[in-house]
Design a protein around this ligand. Structure first.
Ligand code: ZN
Ligand code: ZN
Length: 357
């Protein structure tokens, strides 16, 4: 790995757009993307004709291996390190990632350098990572394949008497054994009525016969995340379970069929949402249709009825409609797709026909 000069050049476009002399990156995902640094603490400053990666003594050797092509400075304190660099580089206006910077850090910077104008920049900086390069697509395919294969191996253990938390642990073990660096997030295993919680983390509940169980899981491979949701039936499903699963599955399939460059995120969300509304369950589908996946499990673009913008070739995002009914349970079906020339390709691999265990 080394600093990605092509990526740093595209980050420089923000200097003109926000009329600043430098942009300070505190968020690790953008730092990894731009500088190649995989450690857990550091700061990247991209200036007009240069840039600097700053970190503390724990990481200077690692940085010298990973961040070739950029000046590397060691600091004792982050604030002192950044302010010294901004002074040396005579930066007058400095942009920073507003969502990655605490109010306390911002105040300290402003107090330490009253002559510098600090300009907060919103999520626009994350759009840098929105179109995936072939190398990134390869890593996203790997992480999705690892997670899907691990889930298929888990199926035999999903039965009455199994505990949500233990299934989550088995899944994590299987992914790590298959080469995952770590899990993408704390897995959701929501059985029976807990399925009504879109974010019901695996708990102590024992799975019963005749229940639906929703698994939302993913792996990380060399920094790249995967995200997939499968809802299975333990025992023969009753007519209502079948009906609701069928509606979510059809909504999911309609959205997948609609993904192509040029469709707006609103229209895409509407393909699934309109269908669920038409079946009378619109008020039970409260979240957006999907989100980008990459160095973070939730990143740009936002695929929602609230989003502006248009689907582009090279984007990777999820399609995850759901219906959640209090005291009854829920169904969500999620795949991660890569947008291609005339449609999309699934990266996640578990078949989404209802699996009856
Ligand atoms: Zn998910
Ligand atoms: Zn998701």
């Amino acid at each position: 790995m080394c600093a990605r000069n092509d990526r740093i050049s595209s980050a420089r476009r923000y200097l003109d757009r926000f009329e600043v002399d430098a942009v300070i990156f505190f968020g690790l995902a953008n730092i990894r993307y731009l500088a190649g640094f995989t450690g857990s603490d550091g700061v990247l400053v991209v200036a007009r004709d240069g840039g600097c990666f700053l970190t503390d003594s724990r990481y200077t050797s690692q940085a010298s291996l990973e961040v070739a092509g950029l000046e590397i400075r060691e600091y004792r304190g982050k604030l002192e390190g950044v302010t010294a660099f901004l002074k040396d580089a005579q930066i007058g206006r400095a942009g920073f990632e507003a969502e990655q910077t605490s109010v306390a850090l911002f105040r300290s910077l402003a107090e330490a350098l009253p002559e510098v104008k600090f300009v907060p920049i919103g999520g626009e900086l994350d759009e840098l990572r929105m179109l995936k390069e072939p190398e990134e697509i390869g890593l996203l395919e790997r992480s999705a394949a690892i997670a899907s294969a691990a889930f298929l191996d888990l199926l035999v253990r999903i039965r009455p008497g199994a505990v949500e938390r233990e299934l989550a642990l088995d899944l994590e073990f299987a992914m790590k054994r298959a080469g995952a660096d770590e899990k993408s997030f704390d897995f959701i295993v929501a059985s029976g009525p807990r399925g009504a919680l879109p974010h019901g983390k695996a708990g102590d509940r024992v799975i019963g016969h005749g229940e639906l169980v929703t698994f939302d899981f993913g792996a990380v491979f060399r920094g790249y995340h995967s995200d997939e949701t499968v809802t299975v039936a333990v025992g023969e499903p009753d007519p209502r379970q079948k009906e609701i699963y069928g509606i979510v599955k059809d909504a999911h399939d309609r959205a997948l069929a609609a993904v192509r460059p040029g469709i707006t995120f609103k229209e895409l969300d509407g393909t699934a949402r309109g269908y669920i509304e038409g079946k009378g369950y619109g008020s039970y589908f409260g979240h957006g249709l999907g989100h980008g996946v990459g160095l973070e499990v939730h990143e740009k673009p936002v695929v929602s009825f609230r989003s502006e913008g248009v689907v582009e070739e090279g984007m990777v995002f999820t399609i995850e409609p759901g219906i959640y009914i209090p005291d009854w349970g829920g169904v969500r079906i999620e795949d991660t797709v890569l947008v291609e020339g005339d449609g999309c390709r699934l990266l996640t691999k578990v078949p989404k026909e209802l699996t009856i265990l």
